[in-house]
Design a protein around this ligand. Structure first.
Ligand code: NDP
Ligand code: 2IT
Length: 445
């Protein structure tokens, strides 16, 4: 079979799933050669098996609002691959959620989790629930109803969900409480838990910190570091918050954040007070990053625009998939940006990625760069199994070393003849080989 024939087959089997097909294509085109040249993989038809989730659960989530009205959302859990460990991956609550998006995220998660070197398979779930304008009690009732079905499909050795867009510490708390009540068991079934009830230190910051550790490694290959660098972030959620902290700590200047309504340009750069305010903004559930400009008058709000038009050295998209388009990529390059590191999952469109690749700048895919979040989830699982808690420095040091190792794996598998590192190819090959071999070892299951 040729690559095009393979993709046509996957497309025919998964109609109406553009994000999933986008993610599959990006992985398969970079591993095709490594796959085809391995008779064991071909004999076991690993590729066709790996693009099919082991199990997909879709369920009704009924809940009552504060006025007594009944609403129905759709819940999902895609248990994609358990070759190297229990299914592991976040839950996303956002009105845009559908099967295509969760399958793309679950597919990416397989390779990302493999890159962390920890024993975690790939999965993802969520719901099309819109938290905007909802009270705390409504969010609790929704989470409880969601878990009233999900609890029978997950467990600390089966499937361990965590947060993603729209699911943070508060939601994990309500989900955990309901799981515990239904199972009558206090176990590490979710990660991102509160500090006093099984959570790991550094998990809230881990994705953003990990992204910045990874970017630092990339900059080092050019003899550079963050000191004095201007950095554009998008989003204003959990990942953007963690990244803003670490960039600032390392001497870089974060000059943008964004929301669906537009972006903020803050020439003076974010500082501790402004980064703290991001938490307030996120918790307000009102979707208006423009509030930042009212609070900090030096900052400007650009309605309906994306931050990639600003002249920066480093760009770190932290919001959502396909948020950085081809014209944004061209603008970044024209403005002298030499490093783009994906913190969100698949934030750059394939056409934007092509622009970065052709320009041979430093470009890292999300599955490598944002793996620090799930890696620290893995460290939370280890601590739960051992029934003890590591100190902050211990977790942070382990996270840092995992990110350095992922960077090294990308270089090993992605360095081209002219010395330029294709991090996309490197990450995909390194992540794929381990899972593919494990699938062959375990027979046809
Ligand atoms: P949050 O819900 O905390 O934040 C997401 C942010 O992006 C929100 O501020 C959201 O605003 C904003 N946003 C959504 N759509 C757009 C848009 N079109 N333009 C600009 N901003 C937008 O989620 P996280 O920070 O946890 O997740 C962000 C990304 O990082 C996602 O791609 C996620 O999959 C990925 N990720 C998360 C990890 C984690 O540990 N949390 C780990 C690895 C990756 P609003 O909600 O108002 O739409
Ligand atoms: O995309 C991701 O890696 C996450 N949302 C984190 C998943 C996890 O299990 O911590």
């Amino acid at each position: 079979m040729t690559f095009n024939e393979f993709m046509a087959k996957v497309a025919a089997k998964n109609p109406g799933e553009p994000e999933f097909l986008q993610a599959v294509k990006e992985v398969v085109e970079t591993i095709w050669e490594a796959y085809e040249s391995n008779p064991r993989f071909v004999k076991n038809n690993v590729l066709e098996r790996i693009v099919e989730p082991e199990r997909t659960i879709i369920f009704r989530v009924p809940w009552m609002d504060d006025k007594g009205e009944v609403h129905v959302n759709r819940g999902y859990r895609v248990q994609f691959n358990s070759a190297i460990g229990p299914y592991k991956g976040g839950l996303r609550f956002h009105p845009s959620v559908n099967l295509s998006i969760l399958k793309f995220l679950g597919f990416e998660q397989i390779f990302k989790n493999s890159l962390t070197t920890l024993p975690m398979g790939g999965g993802k779930g969520g719901s099309d629930f819109d938290a905007k304008g909802r009270s705390d009690a409504e969010i609790m009732r929704f989470c409880q109803s969601f878990m009233a079905e999900l609890y029978r499909h997950i467990g600390p050795d089966t499937d361990v969900p965590a947060g993603d867009i729209g699911v943070g510490g508060r939601e994990i708390g309500y989900l955990f409480g309901m799981y515990k009540k239904l199972h009558n068991e206090f176990t590490g079934v979710l990660t991102g838990k509160g500090r006093t009830w099984g959570g790991s230190l550094v998990r809230p910051e881990a994705t953003g910190f990990g992204v910045v550790y990874f970017t630092e490694e990339m900059l080092k290959t050019k003899g550079q570091n963050f000191a004095g660098k201007k950095v554009a972030l998008s989003g204003f959620g959990n990942v953007a918050w963690g990244a803003a902290q670490k960039v600032t700590e390392l001497g870089g200047k974060v000059v943008t954040i964004s929301g669906p309504d537009g972006y903020i340009y803050d020439e003076a750069g974010l500082n501790a007070e402004k980064i703290e305010y991001m938490l307030e903004l996120r918790a307000s559930n009102n979707d208006r990053v423009s509030d930042y400009a009212d609070k900090f008058p030096g900052a400007k709000f650009f309605a309906g625009k994306r931050p990639w038009e600003v002249k920066v050295d480093v760009a770190i998209p932290c919001a959502t998939q396909n948020e950085l388009h081809v014209e944004d990529a061209k603008a970044l390059i024209a403005n002298g940006c030499t490093c783009v590191c994906e913190a969100a999952n698949m934030p750059c469109t394939p056409e934007a990625v092509e622009v970065f690749m052709n320009a041979k700048i430093l470009f890292a895919p999300g599955k490598a760069a944002n793996a620090g979040g799930v890696a620290t989830s893995g460290l939370e699982m280890t601590q739960n199994s051992m029934r003890l808690n590591w100190a902050r420095d211990e977790v942070d040091e382990k996270l840092h070393s995992i990110m350095r190792n992922i960077h090294e794996a990308c270089r090993e598998n992605g360095t081209q003849a002219d010395g330029w590192v294709n991090y996309v190819k490197g990450a995909n090959i390194a992540g794929f080989l381990k899972v593919a071999n494990a699938m062959c070892d375990q027979g046809l299951v």
